[in-house]
Design a protein around this ligand. Sequence first.
Ligand code: DSN
Length: 443
Amino acid sequence: MKYLKKVDSAVYDIIRKEDKRLSTTLMMIPSENYASRAVEEAVGSKFGDKYAEGYPQKRYYQGQRNADMLELLVIDRAKALFGVPHVNVQPYSGSPANLAVYNALLQPGDTILGLSLAFGGHLTHGASASATSKFFHSVQYSLDDAGMINFSEIESLVKKHKPKIIVAGTTAYPRFLDWKRFSQIADKSGAYLMADIAHLSGLIAAGAYPSPVPYVHIVTTTTHKTLRGPRGAMIMVTDKGLKKDALLSDKIDKSVFPGLQGGPHLNTIAGIGVALHEANTTRFKKYGKQVIQNAKTLASELLKYNFTLVAGGTDSHLILIDLSNKKLLGNTVAEALEYVGIVANKNSVPYDKNPPFYPSGLRIGTPGITSRDMGKREVKIIAKVIHKTVEAVYTHKIKTLKKDSLEKKKSVRRLLIKGTEELRALRSIILELCQQFPLCDTY
Ligand code: DSN
């Protein structure tokens, strides 16, 4: 970054600090990953300067020879990798991609059915704070007492509300999604079925997690999570989708542009192309399987330390820990873990009694550490560090129990800023792991 350093040392310094943060901590937020240097180079290319409103061979600007070649190549790669007849690679990210599907198929006030945010759905699946519930009539399903998708509830909601679109997608659900069961319900009711595989697309591309493609009409995904690409998104139309609605691809394309977006970010599309190329390798297939293996190891180790896991464990890349029995909030544990170098995120758990900003859970995942080539041995160390961190924070909390609540809060804050001998020791264990498994250029 010699030019940046010379031209803008302030931004350069912050970027360098971020590099340092990444190399000295473990990225365990399940929706994050390290894109390869090759992806970064494509994203940083001169395609970032080019306007290309429209689609290949139908653009509103001149100078598109290379843009067309690029977009067609990336579309072909996505079609081959996921086994679908049509892909739109232009959505800026996951939220606009989902909105584009609704905009393509619904009129204002039509009904969508999605998993509630409080139970692991996404904002754009119809959450009350999202525009998707302002412009459409949103009905939400939840999880059953075992923490699994509640299909009987879905069945009765579909009967009652007759949604036009059913969304099968999650952001904090650890188990397999039963695509077939979703499709049986959608087919019976005549609804479109959309799978949002933002979290899962890399695992699906690797063949490590079941694909929704045979069962659903439309698939949306971001490209930067388990797929390890840049921050972008894709919308795919399946053969089943085209059978239901021969105009589906056209409706989706028109909805993305000119319906919702202007010029696509060609540099991001270039980065997506590189990620798709990298995902179509034996190495990536191994990676996808190892992500899930690592998450399963983490789950079984945490269970040994008496952690409560939503749905009892995982079939995917993530684990949702209910911290209620540890008598600590998700935000406290997330902050303490950040102190020791494990970056995960606070998260609501099903039927959470606490508000979303101070929830009872922690969401943690293995895509990032697996990109750094960590395996069973390292995951066991991480599980122990999580256990010891929680224990240390709880012990500190007990010691301060007699203090009034403001003083207690200040005291926990001091702990999280300065640490204790024990937290500092845990931090060195994570630092050592980071040094043993440095960030590399290929991942
Ligand atoms: N915000 C993403 C996540 O963290 O799961 C979903 O888009």
